[in-house]
Design a protein around this ligand. Structure first.
Ligand SMILES: [Zn+2]
Length: 284
């Protein structure tokens, strides 16, 4: 342990600066989305069995709703561009832009070089939760996904129904070769999961999700999407994951198409405008 300098408290008292002020971030027109959603009709629905995952497609300009119709259940969501699955959700940059947990108005951003909104959250029945006394919030972009490798590292066990494996099987079922399917799985949006970091040690914690049967979160698809969603083996993640111990429920995905003309004025976001030269020519 090193000795603190004499001005340690003054150094700790320096005010934080927001890394990425979002004042210049392109804003979604939530009023337009809300009106379009009112006109929308359901065109698809899919049930995801407990401890399993399914792939689904959402055309751009459509809405999709994730719900837990039977009881509290955490879901692990991956998103890809349906046109090019190389473009996928970038949890880390989404966190840097919107914070550790997402709710209405936040967007799910894709990775480089695209860095554009893939989906915008338009409604969240858990938006009342806010932050609890432990610093817990809902719908995190900090927790990666439960996986059999970390489980093996910590316990030596073999468990095959972690979200990482569930998502791998769903992508395999969607037609991607097994080795490619696993490599496609990426850090998730933890839908309905209540998480935070402990104040004393800074460790990632989870607690029972406040979601009840019927809770939902709804998204607007900014581009053509391929999604995969896993019903986490942790159930409400109130005790443990990576096992068959927790009571688990199904999740539901519904897709809604807006009425013709309801999105007038909206257009899908373009790929990021950075020229991708990276200063390489300066080295000549
Ligand atoms: Zn999980």
């Amino acid at each position: 342990m090193h000795h603190p300098p004499s001005d340690a408290e003054a150094r700790r008292a320096v005010a934080p600066v927001i890394c990425y002020p979002t004042g210049t971030l392109p804003r979604p027109d939530l009023n337009l989305y809300r009106k379009a959603r009112e006109s929308a009709r359901q065109v698809a629905s899919l049930r995801i069995p407990p401890r399993d995952a399914r792939a689904f497609e959402v055309p751009k300009g459509h809405f999709f709703r994730i719900s837990c119709p039977d009881g509290s259940q955490v879901g692990d969501l991956n998103l890809f561009s349906a046109a090019d699955p190389g473009e996928r959700f970038y949890s880390g940059k989404t966190r840097a832009l919107h914070g550790t947990h997402l709710s209405t108005g936040a967007r799910m951003w894709s990775g480089f070089p695209w860095l554009r909104p893939m989906a915008t959250i338009v409604s969240d029945s858990l938006d009342w939760y806010g932050a609890d006394a432990h610093g817990g919030r809902v719908h995190d972009v900090i927790g990666t996904r439960c996986d059999p490798y970390t489980h093996h590292l910590l316990t030596g066990g073999q468990y095959h129904l972690c979200c990482h494996s569930n998502l791998t099987r769903a992508l395999d079922d969607a037609g991607f070769a097994p080795d490619r399917a696993e490599a496609m799985v990426h850090d998730v949006l933890n839908v309905f999961m209540c998480t935070g970091f402990t104040a004393d040690t800074g460790q990632y914690f989870m607690k029972a999700s406040p979601a009840r049967a019927g809770d939902f979160i709804e998204f607007f698809a900014e581009i053509d999407l391929l999604g995969v969603l896993s019903a986490c083996p942790g159930g409400d993640c109130g005790a443990e994951h990576s096992s068959d111990a927790a009571k688990c429920h199904a999740l539901c995905i519904e897709v809604f198409a807006p009425a013709d003309g309801a999105l007038e004025g909206w257009s899908p976001p373009q790929a990021n405008g950075y020229d991708r030269s990276h200063g390489l020519s300066r080295r000549d």
